[in-house]
Design a protein around this ligand. Structure first.
Ligand code: CO8
Length: 270
């Protein structure tokens, strides 16, 4: 598929395996990769395609999201939003929410490799990924109040869930930017890395996950994301059912018997 605002590359995990990691680079560096409707539409298309490919048994095992140039994403495109009506803003925000929910529902792990500014919709896009690896040069923030609006791409709710109410309130109400070290300290970023190691380390994690049972990885992701907004007893029920369902997979038999036979497991995703 040809895209105008993003670059998409499937990178092999190793020469011995058909598995690939899909690397998606947002590519509008002149406007610091600001999210226009077109970018949101293309990201949605690539996430949908990845979900379809996994469902059809293709070997895509992870998605890495990053930005070209000095920004990850400096927010939604302010030029495109400046004259929006409330109805248009509602529709735009809806597209952002749909993308965020699709990323969370994707049955493969997603990493935001935040190479620079992740502001507004950019911070929200990173928050919709399973984990955030930050370059030492990264800067995070929800500066929407400076434009007299609020986050509209899931930021208020995902920040709240990731860093807690007090920190989310502070970030969303001051609009202050924080650096990578602070993002790590408050639990927004999983790791902080020298810029030249960022993509390699994000890839290395996805490659490590790609060696695990794919159905189990997908279930772990699903149970954690869905359980996060459920009462504990319901979330435990979800875990129990997911745990049991994996015992119907060939990979569970293979994984456990390989362990007992002291050999490497050969997972097939079935
Ligand atoms: N939208 C449009 N253009 C932008 C944006 C943006 N968000 N950010 C930067 N640009 C443009 C600048 O206008 C500039 O263009 P030009 O060269 O034509 O003047 C170019 O990118 C380079 O930017 P700067 O010259 O400003 O670069 P600096 O290094 O001086 O500053 C900053 C970098 C601090 C990141 C600065 O550009 C900035 O503050 N940007 C805006 C950040 C912001 O407010 N983001 C939040 C936007 S609101 C939002 O994201 C709400 C999301 C809601 C829903 C989304 C649903 C999908």
């Amino acid at each position: 598929m040809a895209y105008a605002t993003i670059k998409v590359e499937d990178r092999a995990v190793s020469s011995a395996s058909p598995a690939v990691i899909r690397v998606v680079t947002i590519d509008r560096p002149k406007v610091l990769n600001a999210l226009s409707e077109e970018v949101v539409g293309e990201l949605t298309a690539v996430v949908e395609d990845t979900a379809r490919a996994f469902g059809a048994g293709a070997s895509v095992r992870g998605l890495l999201l990053t930005g070209e140039g000095k920004a990850f994403v400096a927010g939604a495109d302010i030029a495109a939003m400046a004259d929006m009506t409330p109805e248009q803003a509602l529709a735009f925000s809806g597209k952002g929410h749909a993308l965020g929910e699709m990323l969370e529902a994707l049955p493969v792990p997603t990493v935001a490799a935040v190479n620079g500014f992740a502001l507004g919709g950019g911070c929200e896009l990173a928050l919709a990924c399973d984990f955030i690896y930050a370059s030492e040069k990264a800067k995070f923030g929800q500066p929407e109040v400076k434009l007299a609006v609020i986050p509209g791409f899931g930021g208020t709710q995902r920040l709240l869930r990731r860093v807690g109410l007090a920190r989310a309130l502070e970030l969303c109400m001051t609009g202050d930017m924080i650096d990578a070290a602070e993002a790590h300290r408050i639990g927004l970023a999983n790791r902080v890395l020298p810029p030249e190691q960022l993509l390699d380390e994000a890839m290395a994690t996805l490659v490590r996950i790609a060696a695990q049972g794919p159905l189990a990885v997908a279930k772990a992701k699903e149970v954690l994301h869905r359980g996060a907004s459920m009462p504990l007893t319901h979330a435990n029920d979800l875990e129990q059912e997911a745990f049991a369902s994996l015992f119907a997979s060939a990979d569970q038999t293979e994984g456990m018997h390989a362990f007992l036979a002291k050999r490497a497991a050969n997972f097939t995703g079935r």
